[in-house]
Design a protein around this ligand. Structure first.
Ligand code: MN
Length: 148
C-alpha cells in the first residue's frame, strides 16, 4: 500500500495526529510533541517527527535501541553520551545503544527533528540520582542539563 501524506504548514502532515511526546507520568520532559509519520506492520522501523518548544527538552534516557535523528527546524543542542552537540537544520546525529541522550531547543527557538527507530524496542531507562551526578561531574554536561 502506498501512503502519501502531504506536508501541511508548520511541520504538520496530512492524516497525522499531533500527540503528546510521552505519558507525562512516565518520564520528565518539557514542551515536546510527537507525530508518527510512518509505522506499518511490514516496516521494521518507525519514522517520527518531534518538536521541542523554545526552552523545552526531551527526557534524559538511555536504551538498547538506537536512533538516527535529522534536524528539520530551528536550533538546539543534544547530549549524546558524553558529547554536547550544537544542532542546525539538516544535521544528522545517531544515538548509539545505551548512550544517555537528551535534546534541548534554544531558549527562543523550537527544535524539530525526524527520528528513526526500531518498531520493536526496549523501554527507556531514566538515570538514577547517582548516574545523573556522574553525568553532571563534567561541567559542560552539568550546564547543558541545567539549561544554561
Ligand atoms: Mn531515546
Amino acid at each position: 500500500m502506498i501512503v502519501l501524506r502531504r506536508a501541511l504548514p508548520e511541520f504538520r502532515w496530512e492524516g497525522v495526529d499531533l500527540r503528546a511526546y510521552k505519558d507525562e507520568a512516565q518520564a520528565p520532559f518539557r514542551g515536546v510533541t510527537r507525530q508518527v509519520l510512518a509505522s506499518a506492520p511490514d516496516l521494521k522501523g518507525e519514522l517520527r517527527y518531534f518538536e521541542v518548544a523554545p526552552g523545552g527538552w526531551t527526557t534524559l534516557e538511555r536504551h538498547q535501541h538506537v536512533h538516527a535523528v535529522t534536524i528539520l527546524r530551528g536550533a538546539g543542542r543534544a547530549l549524546v553520551g558524553e558529547n554536547v552537540l550544537d544542532l542546525a537544520p539538516l544535521d544528522l546525529v545517531t544515538v548509539p545503544a545505551w548512550a544517555w541522550h537528551q535534546f534541548r531547543a534554544g531558549t527562543d527557538v523550537a527544535l524539530g527533528f525526524l527520528c528513526m527507530v526500531d518498531a520493536e524496542r526496549d523501554r527507556p531507562q531514566l538515570p538514577s540520582e547517582q548516574e545523573r551526578a556522574a553525568l553532571e561531574s563534567a561541567p559542560e554536561i552539568a550546564r547543558f542539563l541545567s539549561g544554561t
